[in-house]
Structure formats: C-alpha cells, structure tokens
Design a binder for this molecule. Structure first.
Ligand code: AVJ
Length: 313
C-alpha cells in the first residue's frame, strides 16, 4: 500500500541551541535524545547485547510470550503510531498480530528511520507506511496532518519514557492522548524498580559499551558543532539514585579544562559533571498514576523479569 517519507525536522539548529543552553545551566546537561547519531544507535544496539543490560531482551520475551493476550486486550486498530521507532524492528510483532491498515513511525534520526521503514511496506503489502523525520518530543503536533482517521494505537516501547522526569512524562503522555484521538489506545513499556545492584550493573557493563555510548556524545558534538572536547578527559559515571528512583548518567571532568562549542568557550572544573541522562524506574502503580494524570485509564498490565508493559485507553 506504499511508503512515504517526510522530513519535518530542523535538528541541527535544535542540537546547537539545546547544547549551548544545557552547557550554560548548572549543573550542565545535554538532552539524552542527542545520543543517537549513527554511532550512538549502533552502540545502543551493542548495549542491548551486554549480559548486564537485560531491558531489551526481557521486553522482547514479554512481547513474544504474552502477545495473544496483549492483542486481545487492544482489540481492532486502524493505525499504529510509534514515536521514536528507530530501526522499526519491535513494531513488526504488532503488525503481524494486529494487521492495521496504517503505520506512522517517527524518529529524530530521519534518514535511518526512512531506511528501516521502507522495507515494511514490501513485507506487509496491505500496509500504508508513513515515516516522519522529526523531534516528536519538541514538536509532536506536527505529525497530526499525517494521521489517518480511525482507531489509533500509540506504541511507546523500550522504556524510552524513563528518560523523562515524572512531570515531563505525564506531559508527553497527555500529548500522546491528543495524538491517539478519542478511541485511541496506548501500549507502553517501562523498566520496573528492582535490586539497585542489578540496575547499577546494567549501566556499568564490564565491556565498557555504556561508557562508550555516553562518551560518544562528546565525539558527536566535536563533529557536528565544531567542538573540541577531549573524551579521554571525561569519565563515564552512572549510578542508581534510590530516592529519585532513577539511574543518573554523567560525564565527569577529570581535570580543569577549557572547551569550545559552536564558537563559545566553556570552562570545566575538576569533578564538574555534564549530566547526560536520567533513566527512571517505576512500579506499576507509580506508572499508572502518571498516566492517569495524563488522561489515560489503565486497561491491562503485564510484567516479566523486571520489565513492565501497560495498556491504556
Ligand atoms: C533507551 C532510554 C531505554 O535508559 O536504559 C541504555 C538508554 N542509556 N544505557 C535506558 C540507555 C544507557 C535506555 N533507553
């Protein structure tokens, strides 16, 4: 039924503005969505193969074993919408089972998204595939003209929602509510709270892949913003903060240093951190309270080995 790609993003300017703003605040921070350049996408896939990082594997196992139950709870859908679809692998299982007429995928990395989404229209001949290169966190509403009428299921797997503090997560889920429409549904996956030692290990893998993923952000800024970070002078530092219920990931300056980013100078003191990611962990009841505040009534929930999936709508 065809394939269409539209690039709605202006991400280069967003990157520059977001990074300069984040470097000027205290503590310094950069939004985690900027991890995912080509190298970052490959490193994240490698993280998912590390023995300590079970998140992707347990979600896949849950979806594989509970799919009949999940599909029955969802009911018929005309369109699946996946923000942050990336390699478009996970949604195939839903396409196989739910057989919708339309799929709308979005990702900030537009070119890799288009390359991944195009084959779906060949593998599913009755499916109309729309790929949107866009920053859905910034500008979700830009997708509205591309959504077909009918019953829409928003699919947000992978614990991506964990990158947002509870208030921001509720705000994003409220915007998903608008996107899904009156009859809409939401299927969302998130990492459950568990033994903090397990969480710590997942973000400090022995092979150093998570460290490379974190430090790659500096390499990206060097290339795309003409920055001159020396990644060897920053330390990957990730830990579970049980009070806040989140993994915090930082790059800690190993000494006094001056860095130029997009023509602007920044001084890092010894021990000063650049905060790169929050990864919140939830209990089922905590998550459904956030979703409820965003206008989503809970329909069903599943869990497997420390990973949770919930259905709303
Ligand atoms: C893709 C956001 C789910 O938070 O666990 C993996 C990203 N960061 N290791 C996560 C990530 C460090 C990941 N999410």
């Amino acid at each position: 039924m065809g394939f269409a790609y539209t690039n709605l993003s202006v991400d280069r300017d967003d990157l520059r503005d977001d990074v300069l703003t984040g470097l000027a605040t205290s503590p310094r921070s950069i939004p985690p969505k900027y991890f995912y350049d080509d190298t970052g996408c490959r490193l994240f896939e490698a993280i998912c193969r590390q023995p300590e990082y079970a998140l992707c594997r347990t979600e896949q196992a849950l979806m594989a074993t509970r799919m009949p139950d999940i599909a029955a709870a969802i009911g018929p859908v005309d369109c699946i919408v996946e923000p942050g679809a990336g390699d478009c692998v996970k949604v195939r299982r839903l396409l196989d089972t739910l057989d919708p007429a339309h799929l709308v995928v979005m990702d900030i990395a537009g070119a890799p998204l288009a390359a991944a989404a195009e084959p779906l229209s060949r593998d599913y001949p009755n499916l109309a595939v729309t790929a949107l290169g866009m920053d859905f966190i910034h500008d979700l509403e830009a997708a509205a003209p591309y959504l077909p009428a009918g019953r829409r299921l928003v699919y947000y797997p992978g614990s991506s929602i964990g990158n947002f503090p509870p208030d921001a997560a509720a705000a994003l889920l409220a915007r998903f509510r608008q996107l899904a429409g009156a009859q809409g549904r939401l299927l969302i996956g998130f990492d459950l709270k568990k033994d903090p030692q397990l969480l710590h290990a997942a973000y400090n893998d022995a092979a150093g892949v998570t460290a490379a993923f974190n430090l790659n952000l500096l390499v990206r800024l060097n290339r795309e913003l003409g920055a001159d970070f020396d990644p060897s002078r920053f330390r990957h530092y990730a830990f579970y903060n049980p009070v806040a219920g989140r993994i915090e990931m930082h790059l800690v300056s190993l000494g006094e240093q001056d860095v130029n980013v997009a023509g602007q100078p920044f001084h890092f003191a010894l021990g000063e951190t650049l905060h790169t990611e929050h990864s919140y962990k939830f209990r089922h009841d905590e998550f459904s309270a956030i979703a409820k505040a965003a206008g989503w009534p809970l329909k069903a929930k599943w869990e497997h080995d420390g990973f949770g999936v919930q259905l709303y709508g």
